[in-house]
Design a protein around this ligand. Structure first.
Ligand SMILES: Cc1cc2nc3c(=O)[nH]c(=O)nc-3n(C[C@H](O)[C@H](O)[C@H](O)COP(=O)(O)OP(=O)(O)OC[C@H]3O[C@@H](n4cnc5c(N)ncnc54)[C@H](O)[C@@H]3O)c2cc1C
Length: 441
């Protein structure tokens, strides 16, 4: 169904541009295409910007400070730029964006296949409401597609409730008893905290996620990193290059005004910590003996980020409160490598181990063997096909509120140029992607 605010005409089946996905990325691009008067259609399989409502837990708050919420012509408008919006506030702010953009959008319509029968022919966009065609297609279907759950999860008895982080809402959704949270990235660490604060017995399988301080030397660490230029650094200048796209996010929270997440403190307060979960057999979970190493590594990264802030403060001659060093408040006495399901009282498991890419609906030779698109700043080697909204598509903020406007504006420019000179545009894109694919770094 078209959105109430849209200018969508159901009789039109061909567009200059079709955007797959009506999240913040797809709508940001719509803003810049409207400015250029390029006709387009956003096709969204659910409701516009629904992921912020449907795939976040009840106590969710932004990890990034409000001032980083900066969509095209739609900055954060509240009176707490250094605070962290909670779920309802985020959804209200996004509802205003949807209303302002008035994107030509078709909601509750799934794109099932995107293909180009031959070079320079229009793209065919097969949907649950029939066929559309377009000169150019932008895939803005998000960066978190297929929830990952290991195969051994099938061996858990049916009496154990299993939930992926995308479906976790609140502690009351789970049966009484202990909860095993698997994974300690941003979602896992925050969900473990949510359950811990609710008085549940939490068992946490800790992975290799790094952590960072919330505040250091008088400011939010995000503010320091912004001052240091980190958020402007393109992926091509990052020491890990495209490899940074595989990194797990640092765990820290914006909850209650923002604070560190210190797993050692959780352990001191009664949470049971383990290394990486490696399997489930004969009624017992097995873990790798790597808890101490992961806790130490996370602290090393935490201290390293703080040290880089110290260096910046010194180099700039800034006046900032004195440096404080983190002191580990707890050490694992032993590495527990097995945990019996019955003895532990665990009745539910929450899988917080991430997502796999889900671009199988895109039929074009632009993917790596792991299903990720090869692109340079969203421009693929196949003329007229683009990606937008992926983590580190161009900068750290590409998959977030802070960087999407810049990426969308850039793609709108590329789309306009391709309209004027399709052949040269394709050649440029192919060259760029070939270089990226060949680069050994
Ligand atoms: C737990 C979590 C916490 C986060 N915290 C922050 C934070 O604090 N700050 C921050 O800036 N960012 C944060 N992010 C990252 C980011 O802002 C979000 O992932 C954001 O939703 C990305 O917007 P998007 O438009 O690229 O993708 P999405 O919001 O995923 O939108 C993509 C849309 O495409 C649609 N779609 C997918 N496939 C199809 C199809 N085949 N046909 C039609 N439609 C389709 C989907 O239904 C969806 O609506 C967080 C992400 C997660 C998962």
């Amino acid at each position: 169904m078209p959105t109430p605010s849209s200018t969508f005409d159901p009789a039109v089946r061909h567009y200059s541009v079709i955007i797959v996905g009506g999240g913040q990325a797809g709508l940001s691009l719509s803003v810049y295409l409207q400015q250029r008067r390029i006709d387009h259609l956003v096709i969204e399989k659910n409701k516009l910007v629904h992921t912020w409502n449907d795939q976040r837990w009840d106590a969710f708050s932004l990890v990034t400070p409000n001032w980083q919420c900066n969509l095209p012509d739609w900055p954060y408008r509240g009176d707490d730029p250094h605070g962290f919006m909670v779920k309802d506030e985020i959804n209200a702010w996004l509802a205003g964006f949807v209303e302002q953009v008035r994107a030509p959008a078709l909601e509750m319509t799934e794109v099932q296949r995107v293909s180009q029968p031959e070079l320079q022919a229009p793209w065919q966009v097969e949907t649950s409401r029939g066929l559309y065609t377009a000169d150019q297609v932008v895939v803005a279907s998000g960066g978190y597609h297929v929830p990952m759950v290991p195969r051994y999860a099938e061996r858990l008895p049916a009496t154990v409730t299993q939930v992926h982080s995308a479906d976790y809402r609140n502690p009351a959704q789970l049966p009484e008893g202990g909860v095993l949270v698997v994974g300690s990235g941003q979602s896992g660490a925050q969900i473990a905290e949510d359950l811990h604060l609710a008085g549940r017995q939490v068992h946490l399988a800790v992975g290799n996620a790094p952590r960072c301080a919330r505040f250091y030397r008088g400011k939010d660490v995000v503010d320091w990193l912004a001052d240091m230029g980190y958020y402007d650094m393109p992926v091509t200048a990052h020491p890990l290059r495209e490899g940074v796209r595989d990194n797990t996010n640092h765990y820290v929270t914006g909850r209650d005004g923002g604070r560190d997440i210190d797993l050692r403190q959780f352990a001191k307060d009664g949470m049971a910590l383990y290394g990486v979960l490696s399997g489930y057999d004969d009624g017992a979970f097995t873990f790798r003996p790597d808890l101490a190493r992961h806790l130490d590594d996370a602290d090393r990264i935490y201290n390293g980020i703080n040290a880089s802030i110290d260096k910046f403060i010194a180099a700039q001659g800034l006046d900032a409160p004195a440096a404080t060093a983190y002191e580990a408040v707890w050490q694992p006495a032993t590495e527990h490598t097995t945990l019996g399901l019955a003895e532990s009282g665990i009745t539910s498991v929450i899988w917080c181990i991430g997502f796999m890419p889900g671009f199988s609906f895109v039929d074009a030779p632009v993917f790596t063997g792991r299903g990720h698109p090869v692109h340079l700043r969203g421009v693929t080697g196949v003329g007229g096909l683009y990606f937008l909204g992926l983590p580190w598509l161009h900068t750290w903020g590409s998959g977030r509120f802070s960087g999407i406007a810049g990426d969308a504006q850039y793609l709108a420019e590329q789309i306009e140029q391709f309209r004027l000179k399709p052949a040269s545009g394709r050649a440029l894109a192919a060259d760029a992607c070939h270089e990226e694919a060949m680069d050994p770094a």
